[in-house]
Structure formats: structure tokens, C-alpha cells
Write a protein that binds this ligand. Sequence first.
Ligand code: ADQ
Length: 460
Amino acid sequence: MSRLVVVSNRVAPVDEGKTSTGGLAVAVLAALKRMGGIWFGWSGEVTTAPAPEPRLFDVGKLSYATVDLTPRDFEEYYNGFANSTLWPLFHYRLDLTSFTRRQYAGYLRVNNLFADKLVPLLEPDDRVWIQDYHLIPMAEALRRAGFKGRIGFFLHTPFPAHEVLLALPSHDDLIRALCAYDVVGFQTNRDLVSFRDYIIREQVGEIWDDGLVSAFGNVFKAAAFPISVDTDTIVRMAESAVKARQTVRMAESLGGRSLILGVDRLDYSKGLVQRFHAFERLLENYPENRGRATMMQLAPPTRSEVPEYAEIRRSLEEAAGSVNGKFADIDWVPIRYLNRSINRRTLSGFFRIAHIGLVTPLRDGMNLVAKEFVASQNPDDPGVLVLSRFAGAAEELTAALIVNPYDTDEMAAAMQRGLDMALDERVNRWQEMFAILQENDIEAWREHYITALDAAPYRD
Ligand code: ADQ
């Protein structure tokens, strides 16, 4: 059987007990754990003299191959084009998007480097599956380096609307690079529509009746493959975690108050400042919640070398401080704000005892936290998911309370509705969402994608 070779910027912590707070790492590890394969990517190490060969090691059925980056690669490729150009652009933040030709050259250089290091490890019938915006040019680079097998790509972020993408000086190169794959996967139909729209409006190719795309001399499949979670594992974890010491401690500390829980990487795409203001509005508009509802926000810092991330951290501390200063009482702090990662089991216990899961990103490819929250609930007494319409998850989890994260009053009203919601309605909404997560779990996601990749090449 041909092997599956996954390539992503970072590989997940090798020690599975370690907490990983990136959606991609969490999902790819879950997808590969049972099936096995090779996972190639950056080690996370920055060094002036990287080893010429990838470091190889096995953990269970998974083989890892990692390379180090130089300080210049790290700056230009990772902090630069990937996280200061593509990430903000793909999340509709043109105000935070910067572009330099030097960083773009660094991005292409690291993609070529990854391809050159990977090719000697590949066998002709391997299936290569490239993950995310850091590595869009990898298919072209692998082809140049002589690999002829199947190559697929999956974008974990949103794919922006045509007009937004045009702001990127190298948008045409980037699209040509995407069109070199055999399968291009997106999180949602919304993203797929934006991609097709670009192809048609910029007149770089055609969409055929069967949905295949023909562009730049290549015929490939572009489709939505909504990523998901390891539903059964989370259910089991959450059931046992409610009795764990940390969850009991948390429940006791609430003293009978309702818990409104947010869990996100500290990132400007997650809408955290707006969320804090919405909680403040809840306390203003529905004063009966003062002293009765507690909001807890877990937000471990990421990408701290990128200046916008230091800025979001500062504005969040300010927002939390101002709400707490205004409403706190001697025995109640409205917002508990922690810049920490929590062990995944404990997290599932917290999700289970929460009355409301508050998932309100301004833009999000999917948002696994929304799905983890649903999977963690007690079927007999489930909590309520308040979900942004701009999270990819909103396309599937339509039984959540869907909100516009820019509308503070609407978010406050949704929290209030969630706190007041009768058991019947909570159960019905939860059942509808849980059924979706049982059908489309992380294994189904991987299976659907690999089946599509196995059907390539489409031109034959
Ligand atoms: P992320 O932007 O990282 O992922 P998300 O999908 O929510 O966003 O995944 C975050 C993961 O980290 C979740 O598994 C969550 O439990 C975990 N996590 C977050 N905060 C944590 C904390 N304090 N402690 C422990 N764990 C924490 C990117 C895209 C998303 C897309 C995923 C997967 O931005 O849109 O859903 O990839 O494709």
C-alpha cells in the first residue's frame, strides 16, 4: 500500500501527553495516529547551522522527519510572509497585512528547501499531503525536484474573497502554485466558492461541469473537506474528566455560578476583545447576571515575535481589567483571563461543566474548539454553543446560537438566551450538532480527503 506523507510547517509535539494549542497539529496528529505515515516539517528549532539531513525518528506507527530553520528563514518565511502577510490577508485583515519582496523570497526559499529535503525520503507511489498556507508553493517545488506522485493540499484557514486576495502583490503566483496540486481542499463551501470565483474572474482557468478545475495546464479537484475532531475520544475523555481533581476544583470555585467559557490561541482573528465587551454588555443589559455568571477565557500566547500579537495581548488585558474593575465584587470576579495552555483532558472537563461555550472569532477556517465543546457535553444536560457566523464550523453546526461577532448587543442577547434556555431545547440543539460530529469525525475527514487524492490524476 502506498504511504501517506504529511507535510506541515510544524510537526506536533512528539510526546503526545504534551499540550498542543494549534488546531492543525491537534487534527493532523489525530488523523495520523491510527493510520500511521510520515510527518515531515520544521522541528521548531532555529539555528545558524541546520543539519544537512532531516532528523528521523519513530513514535508508534508514525515516523517523523524534521528540519531546523536558520534565523533568517524564521524571520522571512515564518514571521514574515506566512504570518504577517498570508495569515492576516486570509483572515480579511488588510489593515494588518504587510508585504515585502524580501519576505516573499524567503517564503519561496524555505518551500524549495523543504522540497529538496523531502524528495530523497519519498518513494514513487507515496501520497504527499501538504498542509496550510505556509507551504502553498510546495507542489511546484516537489515537481521541480522530480517527484511525480500524487500531491494534495489542504488549507486550514479561510480562503479570502477574490477582491481581498487581489491586494496581495503576488496573488497570481500563489494561485498558479495552488493549481499545481492534484487535490486542493478547503474547510467550507464558502472558501471553495471564493477560490472558484478567483479562477473565473481572473480568467486563469475553467470550472468543469463535474467540478474539476482546469488551469495552468493542470486538471485538479477543488472541494470542501470540513475538518473535525476525534469525537469518540473526546466523549470518553470528558466523561472521565468531570471527576478529575482540576475539574472538581474549577466547579467548586464557581460556587454555583454559571460558567461562560472561551478557549482560543491568543490571536486577533479570534475576536477576543469584542467577546469581552459582549460579556460586559451582558452584565449591563441583564444585571441579574452580576455575581451569577463567570466568564473564563483561556488564551495561550502564540507567535509572540510578530508585533500585532503583542498588541492584541495588551488590549485584552486592558479590556479584562476594565470589566473587572467596573463589576467585580468581594467574592466575584467577572472575567477570569488566563494566558495558559491546559491539558486536553482537563479542557474537556471544563467544556462539560460550562453552561455556554463562547466561540466568536471574527474569521476562522473551521474552529475546532466549537466542535470539541459539543463533543464534551453531557447528553442529559448539555451546555449551549454560541458560535460566530464567520467560523467555518457555522456551516455545519447550524443548531448553535449563531451570532455576528461585530454585534455586541446580539452576542450579549445570545448569552442571555443560552443561560435561560430550557433543558428540552438544549438537548435538541445538542443532539443535532452531535450527530454531525459522529458522522464527520477526524477519521472521516482523512478518509474523504485520501479517497479524493487516490482518484487523481484527473486528466487520464
Ligand atoms: P487554530 O487557529 O489554532 O487552528 P482551532 O481550530 O480552534 O484554532 O484549534 C485550536 C486547538 O488548540 C484546539 O484543539 C484547542 O482545544 C486547542 N487550544 C486552544 N487553546 C488552548 C488552551 N488554552 N489549552 C489547551 N488547548 C488549547 C487552525 C485554523 C482553524 C482550524 C484548525 C484546524 O485557524 O480555523 O479549525 O487550524 O484546521
